[in-house]
Ligand binder design. Structure first.
Ligand SMILES: C[S@@+](CC[C@H](N)C(=O)[O-])C[C@H]1O[C@@H](n2cnc3c(N)ncnc32)[C@H](O)[C@@H]1O
Length: 255
């Protein structure tokens, strides 16, 4: 039996250049950027995997996936990219049912990945000091259908953390070392701290504080990724490569 789009579903529309658009089938008729004027309810009852012609373009209807939601994310602040988000999930042992705190929310890119992993039994608490970033990220999470797993607070993580006990604390702020003390208190024994920082000087400051407190297994990584171009002329690494994003420092709470 074919899976069909149900009323209320959020779908991915993927065009022939692999550009991806998230559409909520309950949204009103409107001019959708990159698509044109559409009534989203037209997709209800269509089979997932089928093609739809809209104007002079052809789109494939797919169930929304996490990579689709990330591709369609509207960016505001600098985001944590999938290569780093994937490593954070694994290295912090984030699983369904976990309670995770992150700061700041920025565009909600990492929030979206975390929410999709912790699932309905878990929770992501996200702090940010800027209301404009919070509003922007909230819209991205609503569009991806993941807002129910997230609690957003306008709050400075360097001042205090309300929630405990936490499975993980992830800090993507300019001065993560100022929140390490609060993170330690909020974490479960064995819980993970991750500091994401673009600069080595930031890494050094964070590690200095981490090593002065009861943490174990601290280590810092950089994740390097490159695309491979496959064409009829041959297969080779892409000439362009993402040079640098950030360094990931991990540590685990002990008593
Ligand atoms: C680089 S962005 C985070 C991007 C986010 N991780 C993502 O993947 O989309 C940094 C964010 O941290 C917020 N921020 C800075 N200092 C903060 C603090 N002390 N407490 C909470 N949020 C803070 C900023 O307002 C900004 O939104």
């Amino acid at each position: 039996m074919k899976d069909i789009v149900k009323k209320g579903a959020i779908i991915s529309l993927v065009d022939e250049q692999a550009r991806t658009y998230l559409i909520n089938t309950t949204d009103p008729t409107d001019l959708y950027r990159g698509i044109g004027l559409i009534d989203p309810s037209r997709f209800i009852g269509q089979a997932y995997g089928s093609k739809q012609d809209i104007g002079n373009k052809t789109f494939c209807i797919l169930p929304v996936s996490v990579p689709d939601a990330l591709k369609a994310l509207k960016r505001n602040a600098q985001i944590i990219l999938p290569k780093d988000a994937a490593r954070i999930i694994l290295s912090c042992s984030i699983r369904p049912g976990c309670t995770v705190l992150e700061a700041g929310i920025g565009s909600g890119s990492l929030t979206l990945v975390l929410a999709s992993i912790v699932g309905p039994q878990g929770k992501v608490v996200s702090y940010d000091i800027r209301k404009d970033f919070i509003n922007h990220a909230e819209q991205n999470l609503i569009r991806a259908g993941l807002i129910d797993q997230v609690i957003i607070k306008e709050k400075d993580v360097t001042k205090e953390i309300d929630e405990e006990p936490l499975d993980a604390v992830i800090l993507d702020i300019p001065n993560p070392w100022d929140a390490v003390y609060h993170a330690w208190h909020a974490l479960k024994p064995g819980g993970y701290l991750c500091c994401y920082s673009p600069l080595i000087s930031q890494v050094e400051q964070s590690v200095h504080i981490i090593r002065s407190m009861p943490f174990i297994q601290d280590h810092t990584k950089e994740i390097i990724e490159r695309d491979i171009v496959v064409s009829e002329h041959g297969t080779r690494p892409d000439f362009r490569m993402l040079g640098h994003t950030g360094y990931l420092t991990f540590a685990r709470k002990r008593l």
